[in-house]
Design a protein around this ligand. Sequence first.
Ligand code: AMP
Length: 473
Amino acid sequence: MLMRRPEEECGIFGVFGHPEASNLTYLGLYALQHRGQESCGIVSSDGANLHAHKSMGLVADVFGNQEIFKSLPGNSAIGHVRYSTTGSSVIKNVQPIMVDYSRGSISVAHNGNIVNAQIIKDELEAYGSIFQTTMDTEIIVHLLATSKASSLLDRLTDALQRLQGAYCLLFLTETRMVAVRDPNGFRPLCLGKIGNGHVVASESCALDLIDAEFVREIEPGELIFIEKDGTVQSHFPFKKVTPTPCIFEFVYFARPDSTIFGKNVYSVRKEQGRQLAREHKVDADIVIPIPDSGVPAALGYAEESGIPFELGLIRNHYVGRTFIEPQQSIRHFGVKIKLNPVREVLKGKRVVVIDDSIVRGTTSRKIVKMLRNAGAKEIHVRISSPPTSYPCYYGIDTPNRKELISSSHSIDEIRRYITADSLGYLSEEGLMQSVGIENTFCTACFTGGYPVKFPRLAQEPQLALFDKELEEQ
Ligand code: AMP
């Protein structure tokens, strides 16, 4: 069985040592819904057995019935929200994965992408492993089960050392919870406390919702064991590398109220807007965001430029993210369903429109047209990140190169395509200054510099493009 082209957006959450573990996990997943809207699941432990409930759909729909929590008993639970591309949107691929093996039961929730998954999988299959899903996560449980080491820590170390790529993982056994962040620390993961219990979450906004205290971020390369007696042990079993957390978490993916990689996301985005105003000034009457992703940067742009901030587009909050729709035809339609212009704000105005990124260019093109129809006199598009020219292989769902408009078009060609009067992107240096952390980041989506190389998989037709991109590096 071939593994899907690696691109997955996810959120993970876990509670250990709290009588309301699965209910709290439900709330945590609710706060992380922006990280994946296609499916979700919770696995709980009552100390002797693991219990699961998972399904396609949004958290509130899947766990909308209180009765469900009766089937998720115990003081500990882990949960997962996931978005995946067409083809793999099937129930068997919904996480957390739960398996019984010679040492008992174990469950795992994963955020990220393992870039050498196919190679490991081929190897395991050659030795007789049978895979149930097409998820790269499943190889982890196979590696765990086949490890000869005796302690769970050693078996985990054995298994995880084989992995290349991005992984934040939460494991739940009958009696323990384990949290892991890969050595590059691509995705965020934090540790919290609630009463005597412990919480682990992809983003700190999930801790806020359940009134958990933020303790600290889990470090790149750190593996944390949370034991039955409540002790937390930290291990660093991997070879140390320079961490490269994902810059796109700041640009788009994380929620603005979260603190990730040591910095509040909202303040970074606002600073990106300020910097954008310094780099791409324009004479205009109003600054408007593309809601919601452009709001903090538009506030920053307005503040720095002195041009008034207005809401020229109103969002219908009951529509999912347009980008998330699996069909191009639905996506085209989606912008109209989601956003409507406020004619009174726009009529006769020179408008600066702020968004965080242009991916295929479809959204910006539709919006510029919409604004013009609503009477805007000039439209100046400003993007609070550099052009997104390269796909992500570490857990953000970006399309392949040929669909990324900036991989094959100059800025002026993009401007013409989206029919804007002017277009300006934040520079790479400007973005780094806005983040303001003395740290290296993964900026592969802007630069093509992939910090973890992926192996060649020439014989796999689905990955041919993937391979071509490698050759271009
Ligand atoms: P597009 O129409 O393809 O150019 O998409 C651009 C829009 O998608 C922007 O408004 C971004 O905020 C949003 N966006 C960027 N990256 C992602 C992503 N990984 N998932 C969902 N939406 C995204």
